[in-house]
Design a protein around this ligand. Structure first.
Ligand code: SF4
Length: 387
């Protein structure tokens, strides 16, 4: 295993959390540079979900492209001003040379994200592709279709890696990723059950870290952290429990999450949901690509960019609130995000119907002033606490 993080094993819990945060906040993505310096190849994949096992099985680093709080000086001219920020900053990472890739894959989650493959491909020397996840997961043929689409991806990745990705290599990667998802479920259970020990900003950092290092290393650091986080000497405070909805694609700034954590316990959320998309272990027996496809179709979370009539978004939000024993919701969206803004209407109507209080807002990944929003949120919380 190539270690991409700075040495952390003999450090204190606080030191290790600082290493994780600094790694995630570093907009030069040093872990990707270290991987390349060791001779490794990198597959950059845009939000939301990507079957990273296929890249891992090929020996490539799957790098989650979730934008960055940077100025999109080079990328700005390639897009209209009315588009969300993550598109531009993800392209900026590539055009500015902050990250060097060997393959870029995006998805038709919205018109803008689909076009990213074309724009990226015209300006880089490596392949930029679209992975067509099924638009209608309830169709009888969707799992077979997706299995074949994953097979196409396997061939593409194999050609770049220089060898065919075998079923056995896929199974080995699926075992590592199953362990990773189990650890993330543990992390979220701690945040849900004892949120005073794990605020939302720290949970976000620890989740995001997985998109920057190998999952083996991520598993190792999460397994080290979990018992220490659970044993933290912290007392519960008088804060309301909320669910944060709207972080499925572009990510809110870390300082915004920190500001929210000062007045609320965020007990569940859809932040970086793609890294937690598959809800249970994927079976490693049989055809691994079929198993991965089946898990995407029948064993996955929900987000505004997957249209599955078995999972109406408003019902899923209400279920998430109920399961997390939350008292209220923060319903938010990235600026200019069509799928996110569309769902806000549906969400607020459902919350009104269920009599659940909610706070509506918008964010942008590189916003830097939160004072106004923090005051509004504090007022919202006080109204709930003292009503
Ligand atoms: S933030 Fe919204 S509009 Fe932007 S790429 Fe993601 S889904 Fe598309």
């Amino acid at each position: 295993m190539i270690e991409l993080l700075p040495p952390w094993r003999d450090r204190s819990l606080d030191d290790v959390l600082t290493i994780c945060r600094e790694t995630v906040e570093d907009t030069d993505f040093p872990t990707v540079a270290r991987w390349r310096a060791a001779g490794g190849k990198v597959l950059g994949h845009f939000q939301v979900y990507f079957p990273e096992e296929i890249a891992d099985a090929a020996g490539m680093l799957p790098f989650k492209m979730r934008g960055a709080p940077i100025e999109a000086t080079k990328a700005e001219s390639h897009f209209g001003s009315y588009l969300c920020s993550i598109l531009k900053t993800s392209l900026e990472l590539v055009l500015s040379g902050r990250v060097e890739l060997d393959l870029f894959v995006t998805h038709p989650i919205c018109d803008a994200a689909r076009n990213l493959a074309g724009v990226c491909g015209r300006n880089t020397s490596y392949p930029c592709q679209i992975l067509y996840l099924p638009q209608n997961p309830t169709s009888a043929h969707s799992a077979i279709y997706l299995r074949d689409e994953y097979d196409r991806l396997r061939d593409l990745v194999g050609a770049i890696a220089g060898h065919r990705v075998s079923d056995n290599a896929l199974r080995a990667s699926m075992t590592v990723f199953n362990r990773n998802r189990a650890l993330l479920r543990e992390l979220y259970a701690l945040k849900r059950n004892e949120p005073w020990r794990l605020p939302v900003d720290e949970a976000w950092v620890l989740t995001a870290l997985g998109g920057l290092i190998t999952r083996e290393e991520h598993n190792e650091i999460l397994a080290w952290l979990m018992p220490r986080l659970a044993a933290r000497d912290r007392r519960p405070q008088d804060r309301i429990r909320v669910v944060f909805e709207g972080g499925f694609c572009e990510q809110p700034p870390l300082d915004l999450l920190r500001a929210i954590a000062r007045s609320c316990y965020v007990v569940d959320d859809d932040l970086l949901i793609g890294l937690r998309w598959l809800l249970e272990d994927v079976p490693t027996a049989g055809d691994p690509l079929r198993a991965l496809a089946g898990a995407y179709i029948d064993g996955s979370a929900h987000s505004p960019v997957q249209h599955d009539t078995r999972k109406p978004k408003e019902r899923m939000l209400l279920e998430r609130i109920e399961a997390a024993k939350a008292q209220a919701a923060i319903v938010t969206s990235a600026k200019m995000c069509e799928p996110g803004l569309e769902e806000q209407v549906v969400y607020t109507r459902a919350l009104d119907g269920a009599g659940i209080a909610y706070f509506v807002s918008e964010f942008e990944e590189n916003m830097s002033s939160f004072e106004h929003l923090e005051i509004q949120l504090e007022t919202f919380v006080e109204n709930l606490l003292y009503e």
